[in-house]
Design a protein around this ligand. Sequence first.
Ligand code: APR
Ligand code: ZN
Ligand code: ZN
Length: 361
Amino acid sequence: MAQEVRGVIAPGKDEPVRVETIVVPDPGPGEAVVQIQACGVCHTDLHYKQGGISDDFPFLLGHEAAGVVESVGEGVTDVAPGDFVILNWRAVCGQCRACLRGRPWYCFNTHNAKQKMTLTDGTELSPALGIGAFAEKTLVAAGQCTKVDPSVSPQVAGLLGCGVMAGIGAAINTGNVGRGDTVAVIGCGGVGDAAIAGSNLAGAARIIAVDIDDRKLEKARSMGATHTVNSRETDAVAAIRELTGGFGADVVIEAVGRPETYQQAFYARDLAGTVVLVGVPTPEMKLELPLLDVFGRGGALKSSWYGDCLPSRDFPMLIDLHLQGRLDLEAFVTETIELTDVEKAFERMHHGDVLRSVVVL
Ligand code: APR
Ligand code: ZN
Ligand code: ZN
């Protein structure tokens, strides 16, 4: 029997989001219905609402979530009703060319639920990132559910489903930050702060936080930054070089997604160092660099998609580290809100007032 629950939809381009009754089908083969306990508000939800990702309105927003599996469809063996899970948007297929090359974190054919959730009039919904978790319940592919230790609080666990994982993974998976490395992180929102926390976890010796907002720099320090640079007042490249013996950082993580900050990252790393781009640019942005510098400075210029994470490997591990007191995830939660507050949360996010607002159900 399909169920009716409340969910937050984006009805059309730039229209305010609203709470609607949505119809969640019973799970079919390979699917699961999850009762959502918490879901963070991410920039990508706002981009969906603004029509910046696709025109497939109406969207069922929300994708940084944790909850309890309510029911599973035929053939599902990895999760069972009652399991506490974090939802992911990388349910790896095991069969695409990336998976076959042993690099499943790039999987090019990730799974989502085959059936559609709808409005009560039958209008099909497009769930954000194949999840749609600003809702009391949602339907996903079973592989999108990653079991973790249920003693963690859902509101912090859900954050690993997107932005925080992207930042931590940018440092530990993509950037390969290791013990003793110098790291600079440009842009200290939720993603940049997570990159700082990840670098700290990996044993970086020096972590330089760069932002244009002093409030963000103060927070970055509490996340593990050893030095801060306000790049509105100070030249970021010169400051990072000065703090690294004149050479530049081993790894520079760009968590803004703009050409000028990418350029700073490019020149603020040491010779043969690594740049990790985890900030997401917009289609019109262009980058111009002397090709000789690209060659002459060597090293690696990498992008980090979802922190190059493998949910089944990374989520349980990071939750365990959190429960041991080695990774402060609570620090990312600025406020908890209700389903009806998502529009307000977008506004606060736009003004840079929050790291994360988390809808608690
Ligand atoms: N130089 C340095 N920092 C900047 C600059 C700049 N020119 N412009 C903006 N910032 C800072 C902001 O002050 C803010 O602290 O970058 C940070 C961006 O943080 P958020 O807006 O909270 O974004 P976040 O959720 O961290 O995501 C960052 O990663 O996943 C992507 O789509 C996401 O592109 C976005 C990026
Ligand atoms: Zn695959
Ligand atoms: Zn997200």
